[in-house]
Unconditional design. Structure first.
Length: 433
């Protein structure tokens, strides 16, 4: 479960697969490097790493018995797919909990992988209905055989991305710097989602002083404006602040509209749209790589463009982000958008309009650099979910304000590694690992 798989997801590469988006596509001088999550095994998305990061600590600490327990994976799509895949190769039962309105492709995949159709639990709503997922998990938790592996509160999710995604993105940056020593790592950009991937930003900030930019949907601007709403940027969650989000170390917040991610999904994945990009001078290899961009990946790309403009970044600056999954999970979503927004067809004029509005028009609006008071406001929003709704103690909730808490947490990583090695040795797997 790592970023060093090749395009066939079998061979190993020395630098994580990525694409550097050129000015012809982004309209900004800063170099935007995007690591490709669809190289991960089994599910073609980086959430399989988060699933492993949440389950492995439970197993080595004795909190999960694969022979007895069922692993319950609450998410809006990719995390529960990753969890079901990890459960399957562990020989235990995995239960996916996700909103019924998520993409058809997600359910098709789950139906092929679960041990029993009842292991897919559909909750009301869509991407914006995370609380309903929590409510379903509360019912499932009444059965002691069910272990809830909540990506929004499992610190293993944060630590997996800190220890794996952070160094992988650092390697991408270093590979660019080997060719141009004047480059500096200016920012890491990622949609909040469960906030696990944002842990990579903590690693990069420690090592390179880069800014951490968290992203959310404009239709539900929780961090920006204490807002709420509905959106279709599948995979980024909303309406609450994840427990594992190190808010007090986050430097900026921006928002991207699902109107833009929907339209760009059409631009990137139709012959007309891809042809229009080629005519703008976008290299064929870059155009081909856009099939590795799902809805949340497009969101990260647009947010990186906004960050480059808002922070005044130039040609010596590198912004790193991730393409969490590829377009293959959103074919039916593209068809819906084409029918809804382009009833007369997606022609050259529609492609040009989409590019102008969603990329050239990705400006500095809805971008906030966080001061101390802003961080406190965003941090405090989490109280209502975690203390009032989920029963976290006030002491445990407030402890996360301090960076000492997060540093102490990361000190557990060598211990976890040694416990994994010891478990593998006891089970006879040590020679294979």
């Amino acid at each position: 479960m790592h970023w060093y798989n090749g395009a066939d997801r079998r061979q190993l590469v020395t630098v994580p697969e990525h694409v550097v988006l050129p000015r012809e596509l982004t309209g900004v001088d800063a170099r935007i490097a995007v690591a490709l999550g669809d190289r991960f095994p089994m599910i073609g998305a980086h959430k399989v790493l988060a699933a492993y990061g949440c389950l492995a600590p439970r197993i080595i600490a004795g909190g999960f018995d694969p022979a007895r327990h069922r692993a319950v994976w609450p998410s809006t799509g990719n995390y529960c797919r990753g969890g079901v895949a990890i459960s399957r190769i562990m020989g235990c039962r995995g239960v996916a909990v996700l909103p019924e309105g998520m993409s058809r492709e997600r359910f098709d995949w789950l139906e092929r992988w679960v041990a029993d159709p009842e292991d897919i639990v559909r909750t009301p709503g869509t991407e914006s209905n995370v609380k309903e997922i929590y409510d379903a998990c509360r019912e499932l938790a009444k059965d002691p055989e069910n272990v809830i592996l909540n990506q929004f509160s499992e610190f293993g999710n944060h630590l997996a991305h800190y220890a794996c995604t952070g160094p992988a993105l650092e390697r991408v940056y270093e590979s660019l710097r080997e060719r141009d020593g004047s480059l500096r790592l200016a920012a890491f950009v990622s949609a909040s989602g469960s906030a696990g991937t944002l842990g990579a930003g903590d690693y990069l900030k420690e090592r390179h002083g880069s800014k951490i930019v968290a992203v959310e949907a404009l239709e539900c601007p929780t961090m920006l404006y204490n807002g709420f709403g509905e959106h279709n940027i599948q995979g980024i969650g909303d309406k609450h602040i994840p427990f594992i989000h190190n808010v007090m170390n986050t430097d900026a917040v921006t928002a991207v509209s699902d109107r833009d991610t929907d339209a760009l999904n059409a631009l990137f994945n139709t012959d007309v749209g891809r042809g229009s990009l080629a005519r703008r001078g976008v290299d064929d290899a870059v155009v081909d790589a856009l099939s590795s961009f799902g809805l949340s990946s497009i969101c990260n790309m647009v947010a990186a463009i906004k960050a480059a403009r808002a922070l005044g970044l130039g040609p010596d600056d590198v912004v790193v982000t991730v393409a969490t999954d590829g377009a293959s999970m959103y074919g039916t979503e593209k068809d819906k958008v084409l029918a809804r927004d382009f009833p007369d067809g997606f022609d050259d004029a529609a492609a040009a309009e989409t590019y102008g509005r969603s990329i050239e028009g990705a400006g500095t609006d809805h971008f906030l650099e966080l001061g101390e008071r802003d961080r406190e406001r965003v941090f405090n929003l989490g109280y209502f979910t975690w203390v009032e709704q989920q029963g976290v103690s006030l002491k445990d909730f407030t402890a996360r304000r301090s960076q000492h808490f997060w540093r102490d947490l990361r000190d557990q990583l060598p211990l976890w590694d040694s416990m994994i090695e010891e478990l593998n040795a006891r089970t006879g797997l040590g020679e294979e690992t």
